[in-house]
Every structure is written in structure tokens, then in C-alpha cells.
Ligand binder design. Structure first.
Ligand code: TEU
Ligand code: CA
Length: 549
């Protein structure tokens, strides 16, 4: 089996605006990241995924790029970026840039030209349509309202799946693709190691046919990109693909397909929303469904592709608040969730602050929020007459700002994130939850993540072992094995606060097993036949086959 360098790696996502502010303007920056590289090295991560740092008017916090070749002045300069690349190299850390090519900012030079006249050479870089009576179609923006915006300069509509300041590029135009490949090569030649590709499943869209994701040309374009850019460097890539299924994931990541290394799938992220009603329609997590979804991905891609593994990113609420217990069992449940994810097959992603168990915010007042998605949703629902309390309950539970409050470094004002006034408030719990506290405590969540990262490097079975789900229908326990050569890895996790019994399956011989990691300090060294689990307990045993088996 082919062993790629990134298969043993762990990736850490930095959302620069909220990571560390070095100059007191309240906004995280590149210099601030450089100052924390030793912290990341101690954690043991291999790759940083840097959310966008390009020039941007910040309508969607950098996911609206006005110049791909320059750095947002809030974050620093190209010199700072080059220094960041150099400093990460010294520590054997790679950088993965965020690649946003489904759309640009409306302040990008291309769009400024494009909107000027119908025969402008850049006109066809974007998606323009004429329409007499209202928008050309009913397609809606992810950020509320129509996806079509009327532009009086030429009396046509342009298409934007996200904010109206994020016009969609027309990738069917080969000139556009060539420009983008040139830009990607520019960054790779600067020394970054790859890309996380924003909503890459949209780039083959055919708006007139109402086809958005998985357009007929999507995989052709990815293969072309691979040939003209990715294959020329030892890259690592992950595509953000909300529409991916276990079938399409094999197209993206399959051997010999020459497209991407892995994709972000979203099926597990939708298990606490009412089916078909979107992210704001709240519902309890369907736990057995979660096990089923994760397991289906594990088995479907086994030796046919490669999984990314994540609970969190800058678009999702904090996992310990979402599917753990951020009160009495914050530490136990954060470690349990980490264990379950990191012992699976794939490349794990850690989102900044996850490794110290940062939690959701509980703000009731919309003026404290900064995210365009939440604010637009609030305004839309308010206009429709939905009671404010109900709207705010969705935003508190699912809003993206849950992940975007500043990193909590220590107990100083604003959690040590800034000497000034932060662009978004720090979570009030920074006095108890912060990196300094975590680093001084050998039992902290931080060191649990450090161990999990190291285990992946030490044990081939974590990287290559075949996955099998146990106790499929158990309402509280998630348990699985990984099998590789003469070994079995047994992972048992209690997802809730009760004390369920775990009965050791007959296939598992406990005579030759050792405890690999646990989130309770006094877990026994061998699994007993009946193991009564404690709240949110998670244990991992490595079992050697009997020599005569
Ligand atoms: O997100 C794409 C995406 O699918 C979003 O709809 C995401 O599911 C949503 O934000 C969840 O609430 C990417 C980026 O990750 C996001 O931050 C950007 O806002 C978006 O693309 C536009 O670039
Ligand atoms: Ca700053």
C-alpha cells in the first residue's frame, strides 16, 4: 500500500483573525502566529491549514479575496508571510493555504472590470445573465436571499452563491482557470505545501440547468489542476465538498484518479438538524446514525481513497458543547471525542482551541455577533416575524461565531489574545479555560491530543488498520476495532454521562492486550470481560494475536 507523507500527519487549522494579535489592534495576525509556533510544535502537529490571509475587504472574513497575490493588511505583509513559511520549515511544519476559487470579492480587479460593460474582456470571468422580470432563477444564496444580484451598470444580474460581495467565478472560461493555476503555482513556489479548497464541489456548476454541486466538468477541472499544478510539487490537498458521498469521494481521492488527497465530508455534521431544513433547524443528535455515518465512510474508502477526520472548523460550533458536555464533564468528554476521531483511519484536523476544550458562547444579543451568515439569518427571520428568542436559540447553538471567538491563551485581559480591544469578544470562561492552564496540567486535554498525535506516528495500525464497528445499535457506546497484520486496536467510548456495561466481544482475546490511552487515570491495564464505563470514558487497547492463531 502506498504511504504518503500526509497519511501520518495531523493538521491544525488556524483562523488568523482569532488566533493571536501581536500589535494590539484587536485582530490576530501573521506575527502573532509566528509567536505561537513553538506551542504548535509542542502539540506535535505536522501541517497548518491557514484560513485565508489574502487581501480582502472582509465581508466574509477573508473568504472574499480581492488580491490572491497579496496579504490582508490587518494580518501583515508578504514579508511576514515569507517569514512564517521559513519559521514553520525550521520546525518541520508545512503550510496549507486556503484556496478560494469558487468566487472572488466584488472588489477584485477582475470583477471591477467585468461589471463595467458587456464587452469588457473580463465580462466572462463571472456569471452574468439578463432577465426581464426578476432574477433569472430561484437559486438562493447560502447567506440568505436570492443568489442573483442586479447590477445597474449593464442592466444584468450576476450570480453569487454566498454574499453579494462574493461573485462566483466562471471556471468554464479556460482563461480563468489558467490564471488560478498560475496563482497556485506562485504559492507553491513560495514554499507552501498545499491547499484546502473552499467549496470545490461547486466549480463545475451549470447555473442555467440548476446544477450547482457535482457539475459534469468538475472532475475534468480537478484533473487539469492536478496536472498543471499539484503534480509538480509534493503537495497535500483537501477539498471542501459539502455534497460529497462515499461514491464521489472515491472519484476525488481514488488512487490513479489524480485529483485530490482527501475531502471534507459533511454528512456527520448534519445529524443534529431536521432533515432537509438546513443548519438552523435544531434537533438532538441522532447518535446511532452518527456511528453509522462515520463507519460507512471508514469502510467505503478503505484502500479506495482517504478520509479527512474532523469535528470542528471555523464554520461549526465547538464540539465539546455540541456533542460532549461542556459543564461537569468538559475535560472527559473533550478527550473522549478526540479519541474516537483520532483512532479512525484518515488525516485528523484540529481546529484552534479544540485542543484546550474551548466551548460555545451563549450570547443572546445579535449585536455581539460578527458573522455575516448569522446576521443575515437574523434579519431575514426577524422580517418574517419569527420570535427573536427562537432565532437566537439557533444562532447560539449553530452560529459560526462559536468557533471564532479569540483563542484563550491565558488568564490576562481578553484571554491574552490582544492588548487592545478584540474584534469579537472573548468567551467569558477564559479564566478557567486557557492554554497556559492546560500546559501546566499533565492531565489536560492538550496533552491528550499530544498523545493521540504521537500514537498515529508510532503505530502503523492507526494509519492503516481496517475498521469494524461493534455494538452498532448501542444507544450510548461507540466501539470499534482496527485490524492490521498481527494486531487489533480496540476503541471503546461512552458518549454520555451514564455507566453502561461494555462486554468484551469473543473475538477479542484480552490476554495479550495493553492499554494505549484513556481519559481516566485509573483505567485498568487489560480490558476485563465486562467493563463498566464511567461518564464519557474512552479507552483504547492494543491486542497482539496469539502466536499459534
Ligand atoms: O463554506 C462553505 C459552505 O459550504 C458553507 O455553506 C458552510 O457550510 C456554512 O458556512 C456553514 O454554516 C466555505 C467556508 O468554509 C466558509 O467560511 C465561507 O463562508 C464559504 O465557503 C464561502 O467562501
Ligand atoms: Ca493585529
Amino acid at each position: 500500500m502506498e504511504k504518503a507523507w500526509w497519511q501520518k500527519s495531523t493538521i491544525y487549522q488556524i483562523y488568523p483573525r482569532s488566533f493571536n494579535d501581536s500589535n494590539g489592534d484587536g485582530i490576530g495576525d501573521l506575527e502573532g502566529i509566528i509567536a505561537k509556533l513553538d506551542y504548535l510544535q509542542l502539540l506535535g502537529i505536522d501541517i497548518i491549514w491557514l484560513s485565508p490571509v489574502y487581501q480582502s475587504p472582509n465581508d466574509d472574513n477573508g473568504y472574499d479575496i480581492s488580491n490572491y497575490y497579496d496579504i490582508m493588511s490587518d494580518f501583515g505583509t508578504m514579508d511576514d508571510m515569507e517569514r512564517l513559511i521559513e519559521e514553520t520549515k525550521k520546525r518541520d511544519i508545512h503550510i496549507m493555504m486556503d484556496l478560494v476559487i469558487n468566487h472572488t470579492s466584488d472588489e477584485h480587479h477582475w470583477f471591477k472590470e467585468s461589471r463595467k460593460s458587456k464587452d469588457n474582456p473580463y465580462r466572462d470571468y463571472y456569471i452574468w445573465r439578463e432577465s426581464e422580470n426578476g432574477p433569472p432563477s430561484d437559486i438562493t444564496s447560502v447567506f440568505s436571499g436570492s443568489a442573483w444580484e442586479w447590477d445597474g451598470q449593464t442592466d444584468e444580474y450576476y450570480f453569487h452563491l454566498f454574499s453579494k460581495k462574493q461573485p462566483d467565478l466562471n471556471l468554464h472560461n479556460p482563461e480563468v482557470r489558467e490564471h488560478l493555476y498560475k496563482m497556485m503555482n506562485f504559492w507553491l513556489s513560495k514554499g507552501v505545501s498545499g491547499f484546502r479548497m473552499d467549496v470545490i464541489d461547486l466549480i463545475g456548476k451549470e447555473v442555467d440547468e440548476n446544477v450547482l454541486t457535482d457539475g459534469p466538468k468538475l472532475h475534468d477541472y480537478l484533473q487539469e489542476m492536478n496536472e498543471k499544478v499539484l503534480s509538480r510539487y509534493p503537495t497535500v490537498t483537501v477539498g471542501e465538498t459539502p455534497s460529497a458521498t462515499t461514491e464521489t469521494a472515491q472519484l476525488y481521492t481514488g488512487k490513479g484518479r489524480n485529483e485530490l488527497d482527501m475531502v471534507f465530508t459533511f454528512q456527520h455534521m448534519s445529524l443534529d438538524e431536521r432533515a432537509g431544513e438546513g443548519k438552523w433547524a435544531l434537533k438532538e443528535l441522532d447518535f446511532t446514525e452518527l456511528k453509522k455515518v462515520l463507519s460507512t465512510w471508514q469502510t467505503s474508502l478503505f484502500q479506495k481513497g482517504w478520509n479527512s477526520l474532523y469535528w470542528n472548523n471555523h464554520d461549526q460550533p465547538r464540539i465539546v458543547s455540541r456533542w460532549g458536555n461542556d459543564q461537569e464533564y468538559r475535560v472527559e468528554s473533550a478527550k473522549m471525542l478526540a479519541t474516537v476521531l483520532h483512532m479512525m483511519q484518515g488525516t485528523p484536523f484540529i481546529y484552534q482551541g479544540e485542543e484546550i476544550g474551548m466551548t460555545n458562547i451563549d450570547w443572546d444579543d445579535i449585536t455581539r455577533y460578527r458573522d455575516i451568515e448569522s446576521i443575515n439569518y437574523f434579519n431575514e427571520k426577524k422580517t418574517e416575524g419569527v420570535p427573536e428568542q427562537e432565532i437566537m436559540q439557533s444562532i447560539r447553538t449553530k452560529g459560526r461565531d462559536n468557533a471564532r471567538t479569540p483563542f484563550q491563551w491565558n488568564d490576562d485581559a481578553h484571554g491574552g489574545f490582544t492588548n487592545g480591544v478584540p474584534w469579537i469578544e472573548v468567551n467569558a470562561n477564559y479564566h478557567e479555560i486557557n492554554a497556559l492552564e492546560a500546559m501546566g496540567n499533565q492531565d489536560s486535554i492538550f496533552y491528550h491530543y499530544q498523545k493521540l498525535i504521537a500514537l498515529r506516528k508510532r503505530l502503523d495500525i492507526v494509519v492503516y488498520g481496517e475498521y469494524e464497528l461493534l455494538l452498532e445499535d448501542h444507544p450510548e457506546i461507540m466501539a470499534y476495532t482496527r485490524t492490521w497484520e498481527e494486531q487489533t486496536l480496540l476503541v471503546v467510548a461512552n458518549f454520555y454521562g451514564g455507566n453502561p456495561d461494555f462486554k468484551l466481544p469473543e473475538t477479542v482475546d484480552d490476554a495479550r492486550s495493553t492499554l494505549i490511552i484513556s481519559n481516566y487515570s485509573d483505567t485498568r491495564e487489560r480490558p476485563s470481560e465486562i467493563h463498566t464505563l464511567r461518564p464519557y470514558e474512552a479507552v483504547v487497547y492494543l491486542i497482539e494475536k496469539q502466536p499459534n492463531n
